[in-house]
Design a binder for this molecule. Structure first.
Ligand SMILES: NC(=O)C1=CN([C@@H]2O[C@H](COP(=O)(O)OP(=O)(O)OC[C@H]3O[C@@H](n4cnc5c(N)ncnc54)[C@H](OP(=O)(O)O)[C@@H]3O)[C@@H](O)[C@H]2O)C=CC1
Ligand SMILES: O=C(O)C1=N[C@H](C(=O)O)C[C@H](O)C1
Length: 269
């Protein structure tokens, strides 16, 4: 039976790409609902036309509650406040959710964790296959290179991005910290200026660039005396994220309640 998918933030950069990805996916997924803010001038517009795909007959609506009964899985790439509210609606109606939004505070994350006890939830800072492969490579690199290297995470994104460091950069830092038995909250250094003193080997540094239309670049550098290893991912199209999120929606349809990520979907755990 086809999986009926709803998209919140349907007119956003990822929302439109997700509409296109569902249209391109094989017939076991259908776009059943497209949701924007109630005050959006796009309410009532055809979501296929909005995404540049031609008419699809699925109008943009102004509230998730209007269409929640028509969907099996919600895909949400919006902002933390909106995602947290949408998760509650999904819990009330027993609907699974794929979450791509980044930048949650600890209390917001706790709300999501509690909701995942009641519905299937797949949350990932990055749904591309390449980045999820990089997470595995980073784990291996950190274990092999250990405490002999300085570790720095660099990320670059488009000028519109509102959170920093990126969710992906933080996940990469977390993978490396876990592999080395370090507490990321204690060892992370977010940007440097002034008289910083010499570098402490235990620290994991983060550097952020915001410029132009960069879709998403991430590099983790492991630097020793005399050599360095760099693991880099560069996204050149949002379709790499959208394809992964749509795949996660299909996978989640038959999953039990719980918190999953893209590593589960890809069978990398
Ligand atoms: N996990 C992954 O693989 C990826 C994650 N992301 C993340 O996805 C999120 C969205 O990114 P992107 O598509 O570029 O952002 P956009 O700003 O282009 O889209 C966000 C969408 O959410 C809507 N929105 C914003 N605030 C609210 C609100 N309070 N209530 C309801 N709707 C709201 C916006 O509507 P309006 O325009 O009216 O504000 C817009 O449609 C970000 O957190 C980003 O980091 C992005 C790419 C990949
Ligand atoms: O906002 C974006 O664009 C992206 N956000 C995600 C993140 O914060 O890691 C994923 C991707 O890099 C694009």
């Amino acid at each position: 039976m086809t999986t009926r998918v709803g998209i919140t933030g349907a007119a956003g950069r990822m929302g439109k790409t997700l509409i296109e990805a569902i249209a391109l996916a094989a017939g076991d997924l259908t776009l059943a609902a497209a949701i924007e803010r109630p005050e959006s001038s796009l309410v009532g517009a055809d979501s296929g036309e909005l995404a540049g795909q031609g008419r699809n007959g699925v109008p943009v609506v102004g509230a998730l509650e209007e269409v929640i009964a028509d969907i099996d899985v919600l895909i949400d790439f919006t902002v933390p406040d909106a995602t947290t509210a949408n998760v509650q609606t999904c819990v009330e109606h027993g609907v699974a959710i794929v979450i791509g939004t980044t930048g949650f505070t600890a209390p917001q994350q706790a709300v999501l964790d509690a909701a995942a006890a009641q519905i299937p939830m797949c949350k990932a800072s990055n749904f591309s296959t390449g980045v999820n492969l990089c997470f595995k490579l980073l784990d291996m690199a950190a274990r092999v290179l250990g405490d002999d290297v300085d570790i720095e995470v660099y990320e670059a994104h488009h000028r519109h991005k509102i959170d920093a460091p990126s969710g992906t950069a933080l996940s990469m830092g977390q993978v490396v910290a876990d592999a080395l038995g370090r507490d990321l909250d204690k060892v992370a250094v977010y940007g440097r200026e002034g008289q910083t003193g010499a570098r402490d080997r235990e620290t994991i540094g983060f550097a952020t660039v915001r410029a132009g239309d960069i879709v998403g670049d991430h590099t983790v550098t492991f630097a020793a005396d005399g050599e360095r290893v760099e693991i880099t991912h560069k996204a050149s199209s949002r379709m790499s994220f959208a394809r992964g999120a749509v795949r996660a929606a299909g996978w989640l349809k038959s999953a039990d309640a719980g918190l999953y990520d893209m590593q589960d979907v890809l069978g990398l755990k």
